[in-house]
Ligand binder design. Structure first.
Ligand code: KIV
Ligand code: ZN
Length: 509
């Protein structure tokens, strides 16, 4: 282990997936895991295998198919959880079992109903059991930040003696402050016997907006693994945003004197993929990956940047993979130019995928003079990075206005046949949803609907993100892009229905 490296533990697929309204299928998780491997994280926590068959399958698929990275499965300290976690992760290049139990009085009394002695015993038994399977065992003391320090040190010491190689200290409820958290980690490193045998890790939540600051304060005090999620998603206010942690260490290397093995040029693409697949939009002013993170609005700033970029930019956007060039494609652009530009953006397409994307591009270029890189990304994310389409939108006609009942007429292609239906609704989007339901025979409820402009201008592409449910429990996100926001809504709705069908058929159309 090199002392000047910080290991990046990504929990986008486990804690991140615990974000309200987020639910990813196996294919989506695999796609994200492959991108995380390209990004160069050290550990992918792929899920909590005992919680559902879907989670188990996702962890197992990732462990089998994603190489060059450690894959972790979460487990409580009971043996059934640990056995199931091992069953799922065993095929990984490096298989990690991550076992946890709460150590704060609040959690022990009210949630676990266990005494301190019982908790120490459970931690030791769990770690020892996990060590029978793998020598890569991580132990977490849930709610560590609100635990009694003396007791916490006792638990950690026992877990290390039982064989844990990574000791994770979570601020489960996002209660800590940076100075206090730095001191907390320092005390643990000073007081826990055997601590030098383990990597000290932190896992900070963002309830007070301090998750990244707390993670960095811990790193300054010797923590060498940081857990977090892409775009900072996760339970409640989320986890530490990994791209912010990584770029802080990179940009302020002069201060931390530490590095990661992450390829920062993959950050932007990873962020886009996660936001697209989870349906969780990134706020425009989000550090590192927000739409405005490198945009300069005021005249003074623009003037400064034009004279010398570093006047107002501490990072070069190219470093995080934002490479918008001057080439703008339009309706006269050929297949070759289209394919080349996509390759420069990191999407290598051939065959059927290229045909599909090119047709969609031509279609859009007829309505919009200039197709920018942002537009191209939106096309690819909707057309190529989604599940296979059981239904495809072929046409849409909307009649709407202040004096007419909104009506949608829609044609969807299904098994080489175009099925047409029409319905009225409370508004045009409602009419679209009802019409699609009529065609598919699945009655869904629209849980949320939101729109962003991909680029600026009157002919900007509208990017609709929506969520639907059929049973009131499982939620599916969908995304559609078009210069016409109603068409984007229809595309988004159909893509969410396709996901639902795909999952119900266990990954078949
Ligand atoms: O927030 C937390 O404490 C967790 C643990 C399971 C690591 O997510
Ligand atoms: Zn957590």
């Amino acid at each position: 282990m090199s002392g000047d490296q910080v290991f990046i533990f990504d929990t986008t697929l486990r804690d991140g997936e615990q974000s309200p309204g987020v639910s990813l299928n196996v294919d989506e998780k695999l796609e994200i895991a492959k991108q995380l491997a390209r990004l160069g994280v050290d550990v992918i926590e792929a899920g909590f295998p005992v919680t559902s068959q879907g989670d188990f399958q996702a962890v197992q698929t990732i462990a089998r198919e994603v190489r060059g990275v450690a894959v972790a499965g979460l487990a409580r300290t009971n043996f059934a959880d640990i056995d199931r976690a091992w069953e799922a992760v065993q095929y990984a290049d490096q298989a990690r079992i991550h076992t946890f139990i709460a150590t704060s009085d609040i959690h022990m009394q009210h949630k676990l109903r266990m005494t301190r002695e019982q908790v120490i015993q459970a931690a030791v038994d769990g770690v020892k059991h996990a060590c029978k399977y793998t020598d890569d065992v991580e132990f977490s003391a849930e709610d560590a930040s609100r635990s009694d320090m003396g007791f916490l040190c006792q638990v950690l010491e026992a877990a290390i003696a039982a064989g844990a190689t990574t000791i994770n200290i979570p601020d489960t409820v996002g209660y800590a402050t940076p100075q206090e958290w730095g001191k907390f980690i320092r005390t643990i490193r000073q007081q826990v016997k055997g601590i030098e045998k383990a990597i000290v890790s932190v896992h900070c939540h963002d309830d007070l907006g301090l998750a990244v600051a707390n993670s960095l304060a811990a790193v300054a005090e010797g923590a060498r693994q940081v857990e977090g999620a892409v775009n900072g998603i996760g339970e409640r206010a989320g986890n530490a945003s990994l791209e912010e942690v990584i770029m802080s260490l990179r940009t302020r290397r002069d201060f931390y004197h530490l590095g990661t093995r992450v390829n920062t040029k993959e950050i932007y693409r990873t962020s886009k993929l996660v936001s697209n697949m989870t349906g969780m939009a990134v706020q425009p002013n989000k550090a590192i990956v927000g739409k405005n993170a490198f945009a300069h609005e005021s005249g003074i700033h623009q003037d400064g940047v034009l004279k010398e970029r570093t006047t107002y930019e501490i990072m070069n956007p190219v470093m995080v993979g934002i490479t918008y060039g001057n080439i703008v494609l339009g309706k006269h652009s050929g297949r070759h130019a289209f394919k080349d530009r996509l390759a420069q953006l990191g999407y290598v397409l051939d065959g059927e995928d290229l045909n599909k994307a090119f047709t969609r591009f031509k279609d859009m270029a007829d309505k919009k003079k200039e197709i920018t890189d942002h537009d191209l990304e939106a096309i690819i994310e909707e057309e190529i990075l989604s599940v296979p389409a059981t239904y495809e939108l072929t046409y849409l006609h909307i009649s709407s206005g202040s004096t007419v009942v909104p009506t949608a007429t829609i044609g969807l292609r299904h098994c080489d046949e175009v099925i047409e239906e029409a319905s009225c609704g409370n508004g045009p989007v409602d009419a679209i949803c009802k019409t699609v339901d009529k065609i598919t025979g699945i009655s869904c409820r629209l849980v949320s609907w939101g729109i962003n402009a991909v680029t600026s201008g009157k002919d900007a592409i509208g990017d609709v993100n929506l969520k639907i449910t059929a049973d009131g429990k499982r939620i599916y996100s969908g995304r559609g892009v078009s210069t016409d926001i109603l068409e984007a809504s229809a595309r988004g709705y159909v893509s969410a229905v396709n996901k639902m069908i795909y999952e119900k058929n266990n990954g078949r159309r």
